[in-house]
Design a protein. Structure first.
Length: 365
């Protein structure tokens, strides 16, 4: 009998979340971010849904872009958000209709000196407005744009930056980054892109010509302290069945380290999923789960292949009962809070484990 741990991907929810993006930023074009295997949901399946809606798809590297092109995602431009890692990638950019982001002086040199382009290429150029990661600063940014303007290799230029703290609504840094970007960019008449998911949802001044939703397309909130702030639909539902049921007396311990001690007589179920599947090892006792539609929680430590849930007050629970770890009833952001991490990490980890099959539902575009 096959292990039945499954991640179900609701494709119609991706479209619904995209339409929510458009309702928040109706005047902006959309760069739908599908990097990291579509945030663990499968980049090809996600791109297949979004190809008819989004204006551009965003990936981290050329390998991710070519995977989409080889899967016949050919009707939409693809943005390389970290640009090129090797000069040899320029030939592939031209061949596959990709848009590179110019993030540093070496990438700028490569694209200016390239003699392989059949036609001029569109580029994004990144300004470091405070993230301190990729992009040009101040005078370097202006100098780089001047060089691009003078090159026959370049068609359209779009200016972009990335927020460092947009998920913190109490911080002034996002407004400062917007102002900093506008001060240096407004003298140029090029399109611009600032807003990530948090920017789309809460910082309307950042919407500009392009928005770049990522995590919100997958139904997870960018606001770790306000997981229900949005009107998003969960795309991934992670579930696995009960495989064992045991009765414990008050005072008995459960799991590694004997950390959990039963305060009362308890009925405990074992679920066939663990940190080897991508479920967070550091999920604390009390982390929510849903059992046959009833809410309950974890007890004891998460093991590599299994975890424990309290089914004392759920008389319908039996071997084979479906346990939702996150999805429609249990928000992934709630699990992340109990685990000391963010929803981003959890959803990406499931497909990365390569142990949990992904199953599509509602496949109509």
């Amino acid at each position: 009998m096959a292990r039945k741990c499954t991640a179900t991907i609701n494709l119609s929810a991706i479209k619904k979340n995209y339409l929510y993006v458009k309702s928040l930023a109706p005047k902006s074009k959309v760069i739908a971010v599908v990097k990291a295997n579509g945030y663990g949901h499968g980049a090809i399946r996600v791109a297949s849904v979004l190809e008819g809606y989004a204006d551009i798809l965003g990936v981290a590297c050329i390998e991710e872009a070519i995977e989409l092109r080889e899967s016949e995602i050919n009707k939409i431009p693809i943005l390389l958000m970290e640009g090129m890692f090797e000069e040899s990638e320029l030939a592939l950019i031209d061949k596959h209709n990709l848009i590179p982001t110019i993030c540093n002086s070496l990438q700028l040199k490569w694209i200016l000196n390239c003699h392989k382009f059949i036609k001029p290429v569109d580029v994004f150029i990144k300004y470091d407005s405070g993230m301190g990661r990729l992009g040009f600063q101040d005078d370097e940014f202006i100098s780089a744009i001047n060089s691009l303007e003078q090159s026959k290799n370049i068609n359209n230029i779009t200016m972009m930056t990335h927020f460092s703290d947009a998920d913190n609504l109490e911080s002034d840094s996002t407004l400062a980054q917007i102002k900093d970007f506008e001060n240096i960019a407004n003298a140029r008449k090029y399109d611009s892109s600032l807003a990530n998911s948090a920017g789309v949802m809460e910082w309307s001044k950042s919407h500009k010509d392009y928005v770049r939703p990522g995590i919100m397309l997958y139904g997870s909130s960018p606001f770790s302290n306000k997981p229900h702030i949005n009107k998003l639909s969960p795309v991934m539902s992670l579930s696995s069945p009960l495989t064992s049921i045991k009765n414990f007396k008050a005072g008995q311990s459960i799991g590694y380290g004997n950390r959990y001690i039963c305060k009362n007589d308890m009925k405990i179920g074992v679920v066939a999923i663990g940190y080897g599947d991508g479920y967070p090892r550091h999920a604390k006792k009390g982390t929510p789960v849903a059992i046959d539609g009833h809410l309950s929680s974890l007890v004891g430590r998460v093991s590599m292949d299994m975890l424990y849930v309290d089914i004392t007050k759920i008389p319908s629970a039996d071997i084979g009962s479906k346990i939702e770890l996150w999805g429609e009833q249990i928000f992934v952001d709630s699990v992340a809070q109990f685990s000391g991490t963010v929803g981003y990490e959890l959803i990406c980890a499931i497909s990365a484990s390569q142990r949990v099959p992904l199953r599509n539902i509602n496949a109509q575009k």
